[in-house]
Design a protein around this ligand. Structure first.
Ligand SMILES: [Cu+2]
Length: 333
C-alpha cells in the first residue's frame, strides 16, 4: 500500500529522490510520452500519422472521465517512478494551503531543491533555479506554442493569467456537491456536479456563491502557474503531477463522504452508459487498458493519501469524516 504524502511532509531525501527519478525518466525519453498521452487524448491528430476523427470528444477533460483518466495517468507515472526508486510515490500539492500565503511563490514547493520557482520575464519566463531550470540542462522542453515566447525551456508565469490560487471556501463548494456529474456531462457553467465543479468550469456565471472571477479550482491552478502549465502539453511541467495528485485526493475524499452519506447512490459515478464516448462507466481509459469502473476505488488500486490539514478541516466543519484519516485539529496547519 502506497501512501502519497503532502509536498510539505517530504523529507529532503524524499524531495531529492523524487526529482532524481523524474530526471531519469526524462533522460530515458519516457517522460515526454506523458506529455503526448495528455495532448493526444485531447486532439487525436497530434502527429500527422494519427487518424482524424470528426466525432471526437476529449476523453480526459470537459467530461466525467476527467477524474478517472487522470487517476490512471498518475498511476502509470508512479509505476515508472517506482521502477527507478521502489519507494517512490507521487506527492500532492494542497494549493488551498498556499492560497493563504501573502505570496504563494514562497511555498516550499517552489524551492530550488524541488520544483524550482517562477520564470523570469527578461528570460522569456524561463524557470531560473533548481534541476528543472533550462540552464541546468536536464529538462529540455520544446518551444512554448506562443509567438511571444519562442524559446525552449520550462516556463512559468505565476499569477499572470489569474491572480489567486483556489481557496478552502472554493473547495468546500466542490465537497458539498451530491452528484458526480449530470447531463449533458460537459463544461458549461451550469452543469451541476462534483466533476464539473472540481475541474473548474462552474464560474460566477453558473453559481453566485463562487467568489473569484474566471476559471475555478483545477483549471485555475493551471492558469495561476501559467507558462507550460497553461496549454494542452501541461505535463511538460512536473508540477502538473503534484497538482493532479491533490485533485485525485479531493476526489477520493469526496467518494469517501458519498459512500458514508449515501451508500445507496453507489458507485457515485455517472454516466453508466449512453453518455459521451470514452466517458461511460465501462469505457476504457485510452491509451491504457483499465476501464473507469476499475479505477473508482483507490484502496483496491493499492494506494491512499496522508490527510491534509485543510481538507480534513473542511470535512470536519461540514460534519463529514472520511475513513482512514485522523480528525482535523482546528488551527493547525
Ligand atoms: Cu490539469
Amino acid at each position: 500500500m502506497i501512501t502519497r504524502k503532502s509536498v510539505r511532509s517530504l523529507s529532503a531525501t524524499e524531495r531529492a529522490n523524487f526529482i532524481g527519478a523524474l530526471l531519469e525518466l526524462k533522460k530515458r525519453g519516457r517522460y515526454d510520452e506523458y506529455v503526448h498521452w495528455h495532448h493526444h487524448v485531447m486532439t487525436p491528430s497530434v502527429l500527422p500519422s494519427e487518424p482524424h476523427d470528426a466525432n471526437y470528444r476529449n476523453g480526459a477533460h470537459r467530461g466525467p472521465a476527467f477524474l478517472p483518466w487522470h487517476r490512471e495517468f498518475l498511476m502509470q507515472v508512479e509505476a515508472d517512478l517506482q521502477s527507478i526508486d521502489r519507494n517512490a510515490f507521487l506527492p500532492y500539492w494542497d494549493w488551498t494551503r498556499d492560497a493563504k500565503l501573502s505570496d504563494p511563490a514562497t511555498s516550499p514547493l517552489w524551492g530550488a531543491d524541488f520544483m524550482g520557482g517562477n520564470g523570469l520575464e527578461t528570460d522569456q519566463w524561463r524557470v531560473q533555479d533548481g534541476a528543472l531550470a533550462h540552464k541546468a540542462g536536464n529538462w529540455p522542453v520544446p518551444p512554448y506554442p506562443n509567438d511571444d515566447l519562442p524559446g525552449p525551456g520550462l516556463k512559468r508565469q505565476f499569477a499572470k493569467m489569474l491572480p489567486t490560487l483556489p481557496t478552502e471556501d472554493d473547495l468546500k463548494l466542490a465537497m458539498a456537491e451530491i452528484f458526480y456529474d449530470t447531463p449533458n456531462y460537459d463544461q458549461t457553467p451550469f452543469t451541476v456536479g462534483f466533476r464539473n465543479r472540481i475541474e473548474g468550469w462552474i464560474t460566477i456565471r453558473g453559481d453566485s456563491r463562487v467568489k473569484s472571477a474566471g476559471s475555478q479550482l483545477h483549471n485555475r491552478v493551471h492558469l495561476w502557474i501559467g507558462g507550460n502549465m497553461a496549454p494542452m502539453t501541461s505535463p511538460n511541467d512536473p508540477a502538473f503531477f503534484l497538482h493532479h495528485c491533490f485533485v485525485d485526493k479531493v476526489w477520493a475524499d469526496w467518494q469517501g463522504v458519498q459512500q458514508e452519506n449515501n451508500p445507496d447512490g453507489a458507485p457515485h459515478y455517472a454516466p453508466l452508459r449512453d453518455g459521451p464516448p470514452s466517458h461511460n462507466m465501462d469505457d476504457p481509459l485510452k491509451p491504457w487498458t483499465r476501464t473507469i469502473r476499475e479505477v473508482l476505488d483507490i484502496a483496491r488500486l493499492g494506494y491512499g493519501y496522508e490527510p491534509s490539514p485543510s481538507q480534513s478541516m473542511i470535512l470536519a466543519e461540514a460534519g463529514l469524516a472520511t475513513k482512514g484519516g485522523p480528525p482535523a485539529q482546528p488551527g493547525r496547519q
